[in-house]
Structure formats: structure tokens, C-alpha cells
Design a protein around this ligand. Structure first.
Ligand SMILES: Nc1ncnc2c1ncn2[C@@H]1O[C@H](COP(=O)(O)OP(=O)(O)O)[C@@H](O)[C@H]1O
Ligand SMILES: [Mg+2]
Length: 241
């Protein structure tokens, strides 16, 4: 309970705290020929929202997979919370992922046979941590799913499912939450809800959130926006909020 209301200064102040996410010269080549990522370097601090915009097939999911240790880069390194996620064995990688990384997907990916509450409990369970009911309660309230906890995902609207998925991604208090096209299946109003929610959670609880998307609406909530094209990241200048 003590950490859930921890002021952001606790998370942000330590000058020697490692970046939540660091990619160094990440290269990803498929079939030894098709270079999807070409020396991508990216750093994201706790308490920031980073947007990566790119067309379909530009390598957004590949970038997230390499950053999260779901896939190994062909060259370069990825670090989450100062720990290397690239080139680890599968067992170590899974442990790290469960504790330090949260995911939000376009299609929500909630487990349909579990209630919303059980879905929220899952990351802590997988990480071997104790159930923390007050924290999960607060998280459910903050994400607007407190009245839906006993339902199964199939009984929720699309945006309710995505809110629950966002709650689940934050449940284990990760260093980084990766969101892969989180608004891809939602209308404009619902998308705005989800993006505002992510922005608010970054501000309240201070992980780094990295959103990869074709939805340019995310840029207005982001601290930094990049465009992924031809395997390279380029900064996108956005109008001041
Ligand atoms: N496992 C794979 N094997 C071969 N090519 C792949 C694989 N995964 C993705 N690609 C290719 O890499 C490129 C980028 O894919 P992806 O990262 O899914 O893009 P995005 O998420 O931006 O749509 C595409 O050309 C895709 O066909
Ligand atoms: Mg993708």
C-alpha cells in the first residue's frame, strides 16, 4: 500500500536512477536481408510518454518486441530499468518481463475466461508477488473499471476492455508500459479516453509509457514524438500543448 501513493518525486528525483527504457543502436534484420530497424537509439525516462508514429509495416511492433525482450535484436542492446533485456535466456527474460514491463495491445488481450479482477491480479501472480487488494482497488478506480471487476471481458464494451487492459499493464508497477496500437480498434472519442488515461497514469505513477501507433492523436499527449520510417527514428515537431 505504501508505494501506491508514492509521490512522483520519489520516482523521478534520483539523478543516478537508470532510464526506464534505453535502446542502443538496435538493428533488426529478418531473413538476413530485410532490415526493419536500422540502428535505433531511444531513451525514455520514468514519468514520460513517448509516441512512435509509423505506417503499417514500418517496424513499430518489431521495435516494441526488441525493447521488451520478446525478441532479440540482430545487433544493439535494450535495457529496461537499467537491466539488459536483449540476449538473456528465455527464463530470465520472462521473469524480467513479468515484473518490469506491462503491455497494452490493440485487441486488449484480456483472458476471456477470467473476470476483470482476475485479469488485473494476473501480473502480480505471475511475478510471484502477493495480492495487493488496496492497490488493485485503487488502480481499478483510477482506470474506471471498479464497477466491472466481476464481469468477464466479453461483457464489456471495447473501451471498457481497453481500460481494463491498461489497468492490468500497470498492476505490477512496471518500469515501462508498452502500448502497441492501443487505439487501433476504437473510435475517436474512445481513443481520446484511452490516451488521456495513459497520460494521467504516467503523471500519477511515473512509469515510462511508449506508444507505437498510426494514430497521430497520441502526439498531443506525448512528451516526445518520433516517426519510424525506413528503420530510423526521426523526431517529430509538434505544436506546443
Ligand atoms: N517474424 C518476422 N519474420 C519476417 N518478417 C517480419 C517478421 N515480423 C515482422 N516482419 C516484417 O517486418 C516489417 C515490420 O513489421 P512490424 O514490426 O509488424 O510493423 P508494424 O508494427 O509497424 O506494422 C514488415 O515488413 C513485416 O513483414
Ligand atoms: Mg504492429
Amino acid at each position: 500500500m505504501s508505494t501506491l501513493t508514492a509521490p512522483r518525486e520519489d520516482l523521478l528525483a534520483a539523478p543516478d536512477r537508470p532510464a526506464a527504457l534505453r535502446l542502443r543502436e538496435v538493428v533488426k534484420t529478418y531473413d538476413g536481408a530485410h532490415t526493419v530497424l536500422d540502428r535505433v537509439t531511444l531513451e525514455a525516462a520514468h514519468g514520460t510518454l513517448t509516441a512512435v508514429l509509423g505506417a503499417a509495416g514500418s517496424g513499430k511492433s518489431t521495435l516494441l518486441h526488441c525493447a521488451a525482450g520478446l525478441d532479440d535484436p540482430t545487433a544493439g542492446e535494450a535495457f529496461v530499468g537499467g537491466r539488459r533485456v536483449s540476449g538473456l535466456g528465455e527464463a530470465k527474460r520472462t521473469l524480467l518481463r513479468q515484473g518490469r514491463i506491462g503491455f497494452v495491445f490493440q485487441s486488449y488481450n484480456l483472458l476471456p475466461s477470467l473476470t476483470v479482477e482476475e485479469n488485473l491480479q494476473l501480473p502480480l501472480r505471475l511475478a510471484g508477488a502477493e495480492a495487493d487488494r488496496p492497490w488493485l482497488r485503487l488502480l481499478a478506480e483510477r482506470t474506471g473499471v471498479a464497477d466491472l471487476l466481476r464481469r468477464r471481458p466479453g461483457a464489456l464494451t471495447a473501451v471498457q476492455q481497453q481500460r481494463a487492459a491498461v489497468a492490468r499493464a500497470f498492476a505490477a508497477r512496471p518500469d515501462v508500459v508498452f502500448a502497441d496500437e492501443p487505439t487501433g480498434a476504437l473510435g475517436a472519442d474512445e481513443s481520446a479516453e484511452v490516451l488521456d488515461l495513459l497520460r494521467g497514469l504516467v503523471d500519477d505513477w511515473g512509469p515510462a509509457v511508449v506508444v507505437v501507433t498510426r494514430d497521430e492523436a497520441v502526439a498531443s499527449r506525448a512528451d516526445a514524438t518520433w516517426a519510424l520510417r525506413d528503420g530510423r527514428l526521426r523526431p517529430v515537431l509538434t505544436v506546443v500543448k
